[in-house]
Design a protein around this ligand. Structure first.
Ligand SMILES: Cc1cc2nc3c(=O)[nH]c(=O)nc-3n(C[C@H](O)[C@H](O)[C@H](O)COP(=O)(O)OP(=O)(O)OC[C@H]3O[C@@H](n4cnc5c(N)ncnc54)[C@H](O)[C@@H]3O)c2cc1C
Length: 393
């Protein structure tokens, strides 16, 4: 027999990840009570770095957490694209320009971004945060949704007027939304490590090294004391979460030329983990009348545009606003949220696919890409990104 968890008229958020915490804070700021049901017992240091672009920083500022993040995050000066075959930089864009109105571009460990959101949620009186509750079942009725969670050896039932499915790429909530997209393997894996940062000033940049069918991104995290390395290569791991089995030989072969640059080796002593990359088609359904998906649960994407967490953050804020505007009419709120977000997310997914095509070129395609990057003014590349970074949720 299940215990009954009380949510009264509180909106239930499934998952205290980056999108769920954002949605909860956005709702609470607008006067809504929120209950968050989260599987983990406590946040962990798992994961590696994240880029936090201006479109995400804008929302974090609205939620009052940006200043806390800035205290420990890194503030890169440039985003560079390099050709890993020659070891040369082919494009460099300035970010965080003095006096420019471009917004803030940060890089941080995922645990840092998650931590500032988590602390803000924990101290908000309108939010009840329930870690250690893994959702195992969801049932939608005419006026309510009932969520069952495993908690220790018990089952706890929550009944709420509406549920936000912010439970990530392996979402269980999506099973209750007819027509929702499902995670598809991409045939690529991400490999991640965090290593001590080099002293060189130019290391304060986000650098993506493009190799045939692979790329490696490196940037500072944690006050520039360490840097994050993320490589995307072809392959499958047969796993659905982080794993220790990493093919370092392939990685070193692909990026052997990089020791010519100030960005150095691949962190010989680094602890690498691998993560199979899945994506969720953003054209699937995002909501029913009382259940609404956001972030990776609705449209998980590969990290080629470094916008996965940013999309979850934008989603959370827009969804909170739609619910506040629609009062008790959740079906209307969810339609309005989808109408506001669908085109934006599709465009970002397209950009992700475009970056994958460009970064992973081989042979003549690689030479053409490098030429076009060198010949086109940096200002034209910057203007191309205005729609992405200039979006204000
Ligand atoms: C542990 C972790 C580490 C990551 N590290 C990186 C990284 O280093 N770099 C990067 O670019 N991207 C990383 N990602 C992916 C990136 O953070 C996502 O694109 C972004 O976080 C999407 O946000 P989200 O809120 O949709 O999902 P997530 O941030 O994935 O959050 C989902 C939350 O739901 C919870 N949850 C899942 N199932 C259940 C359930 N049945 N019941 C209750 N709760 C549940 C999870 O524990 C998690 O807290 C990571 C994701 C995770 C989960």
């Amino acid at each position: 027999m299940a215990d009954t968890g009380e949510t009264r008229d509180a909106v239930l958020v499934a998952g205290a990840g980056i999108g769920g915490l954002t949605a909860a804070l956005g709702l609470a700021q607008r006067g809504r009570a929120v209950t968050i049901v989260e599987a983990f017992d406590a946040p962990s240091e798992i994961g590696a770095g994240l880029q936090v672009p201006p479109n995400a920083c804008h929302v974090l500022d609205q939620l009052g957490v940006l200043d806390n993040l800035k205290k420990k995050a890194s503030v890169p000066k440039r985003i560079c694209l390099g050709d890993a075959v020659s070891g040369r930089i082919v494009l460099s864009l300035d970010v965080n320009r003095d006096g420019a109105d471009d917004g803030t571009y940060l890089t941080a460990h995922r645990a840092l971004l998650h931590g500032v959101l988590y602390d803000a949620v924990r101290s908000h009186p309108a939010i009840a945060l329930l870690p250690g509750h893994r959702i195992v079942n969801v049932t939608e009725a005419a006026d309510t949704v009932t969520v069952t969670a495993a908690h220790g050896g018990d089952r706890v039932e929550f009944t709420a007027p509406a549920v936000i499915g912010a439970d990530g790429i392996w979402s269980i909530l999506r099973h209750a939304v007819a027509g929702a997209g499902t995670p598809q393997p991409t045939g690529r894996i991400a490999m991640r490590a965090v290593v001590p940062a080099p002293a060189e000033a130019q290391a304060n940049a986000v650098v993506a090294w493009m190799a045939p069918h692979a790329h490696l991104v490196t940037y500072p995290v944690r006050n520039a004391e360490t840097r994050n390395l993320v490589a995307v290569i072809r392959g499958t791991t047969g796993q659905t979460s982080w794993s220790e089995s990493v093919d370092l030989e392939t990685l070193e072969g692909l990026f052997e030329k990089l020791d010519r640059t100030p960005y150095g080796d691949l962190g010989d002593h680094a602890e690498w983990t691998a993560w199979p990359l899945y994506s969720v088609d953003p054209h699937g359904q995002w909501h029913s009348d009382r259940i609404c998906l956001l972030g990776d649960a609705a449209h998980g994407m590969e990290p080629f545009a470094a916008q996965g967490a940013a999309m979850a953050i934008e989603d959370g804020q827009v969804l909170a606003g739609a619910i506040a505007d629609a009062g008790a009419d959740f079906a209307h709120a969810f339609k309005s949220y989808h109408a506001k977000r669908a085109e934006r997310v599709r465009r970002v997914a397209q950009r992700t696919a475009f970056n994958r095509f460009t970064y992973h070129q081989a042979g003549i395609g690689r030479i053409a890409r490098n030429l076009s990057f060198r010949m086109r003014p940096a200002s034209a590349f910057r203007a191309d990104l205005d729609w992405l970074y200039g979006y204000r949720a």
